[in-house]
Design a protein around this ligand. Sequence first.
Ligand SMILES: Cc1cc2nc3c(=O)[nH]c(=O)nc-3n(C[C@H](O)[C@H](O)[C@H](O)COP(=O)(O)OP(=O)(O)OC[C@H]3O[C@@H](n4cnc5c(N)ncnc54)[C@H](O)[C@@H]3O)c2cc1C
Length: 280
Amino acid sequence: MADFELVAPATPEEAIASLRTGPPGAVAVLGGGTDLLFDLEEGRSAPERVVSLRRLPWRTLEWNGNALTIGSTLPLRTLENDPLLRARIPGLHSAVRAVGSVALRQRATLGGNLGRSAPASDLVPMLLALDAEVLLLGPAGERRLTVDGFVQGSRRTALGPAELIRAVRIPEARPSAYHWQRVRPFHDISHMAVAVAFSPSARAWRVAVAGFPPRPLRVPEAEAALGSARPDADAVHRAAEEIARRAPIVADHRASEEYRRQLVRPLLERAVDATVRGGR
Ligand SMILES: Cc1cc2nc3c(=O)[nH]c(=O)nc-3n(C[C@H](O)[C@H](O)[C@H](O)COP(=O)(O)OP(=O)(O)OC[C@H]3O[C@@H](n4cnc5c(N)ncnc54)[C@H](O)[C@@H]3O)c2cc1C
């Protein structure tokens, strides 16, 4: 690992200022470090400065009525232990618990999961199904993007120069569920995952899939096929067919295309059934 300067600003303004020096790649942002430390060790990232976010006042979890705002540096384990999250957004609770091991979740953050933007992220598909927004802070102030607009591909996001993810806002608590398939739960990442939520205000389903490159994505045709709040078996079958038809499912070194396609229907059936019964 090459030498670098480590700074830990105490305020968001200082953090933004400390990101504004040097050419692209010269400065790296450190959340929980569960991804970044590998990148540093393996030379994928060789910054001159690492800006740790650990002192920023962003380890927050704020319910405002039915809406939830999660600070970007809150450890996932703290999020997982929130009883309201478990009761009110069960799909997000399951997705958080799907991320690695307890030890990993003690350090890993939501900001880091979005910043890494992995095709097999467990959190991005659930945030898509919840119509979540990413709140960004940079030299020009704050801006908001949908998660769909923020995540662009593997390790590619809409984050601008010297910008930070400050928080994620979920506009309403929804019955929801997250189901995934992988070989070894704590060590592997998902080969295929389905996130499902039902919006009480829009009376509409949201369905997102993940696990294969380039990125997690929503499948609006599957959402329309599910239709009513209590879809019957035919509707779920049609929705699974829409996913298989529309989602760009491919093979990679972790799973074949055929295997992934076979997983779509059982994962969707379980997720819809759980959502109709209140979630999980
Ligand atoms: C053994 C192992 C198992 C894993 N299993 C899973 C899994 O099952 N599911 C899953 O989804 N992920 C998994 N991961 C990936 C990783 O743990 C998660 O993506 C985690 O949420 C990253 O959070 P972090 O705070 O540690 O990120 P960091 O490593 O600190 O940062 C990751 C990236 O995001 C950037 N970043 C961090 N915070 C911010 C911010 N606030 N603003 C802007 N950019 C920021 C960093 O610069 C870096 O590029 C695993 C990783 C390991 C090592």
